[in-house]
Write a protein that binds this ligand. Sequence first.
Ligand SMILES: [Zn+2]
Length: 276
Amino acid sequence: MPELPEVETIARHLAPVLTGQAIARVDVLWPRTVDRPAPDVFCAALTGARVMGVDRRGKFIQIVLSTGQTLLVHLRMSGKFAVYRDGPGEDKHARLRWQLDDGAWVVFIDQRKFGRFYLVDDPREITGDLGPEPLSADFTPAWLAAHLAQRRGEIKPLLLDQRFIAGLGNIYVSEALWQAGIHPQRIAGTLSAAEAERLHAAIVAVLRAGVENGGTSLEDRQYVYPGGGTGQHQDYLGVYDRAGERCPRCGYAVERIVQGQRSTYFCPVCQALAKA
Ligand SMILES: [Zn+2]
């Protein structure tokens, strides 16, 4: 599933294609792709609207429109965009597409059908519960330390909770905990101030590296950005999806466990669970 670096990369690729263009035509090919409003209302409201800008909040792409409304897109498992200059394309899994007034087609392709579009007056209707952006000034070591205190759950599922911090997912949480030397099953409230500071620095570092590398494209090829390019960050992962391989830091074998039905990868030496 795309996380902050992948969604950021896609938003950056869509921005120059969309910004300043009016939407001339909208086709909804799989109605459930439109979460709100009803698909016919969605098409009517979008047709003729001009795109003022494209950015990101958490794992949502935000497309700001001249009508005052915002189009939010969540890619979920397999959503991706393609841009075509000569016709709407022939993608078997195309779910929604629009044509811009310069003639280009923007096609949303989603094999698993979990991706959703939300056309709303106020984006906070959808994003209002999200935690801080981890690459913004709001996310500081002191904020993290203060918000970890009193938390009785394990650190890894907490970091996946979008209401705690927005944009993190399984890949970058596994990498940040490894980089910070923190076991994924540690109880969040037991992290020392020094550990919270290391974790903060690791979260920021792995996300920045992920954005610089254009995101992580795994072997399932579910993440490609508009134009079909793939990210490069998979070449820089320390532990994610590497069970049995050597930890790049200490050489011990990377382990895999399941937490909250998600795979967690970690190094049992670099991320030792402190004795009770
Ligand atoms: Zn190690």
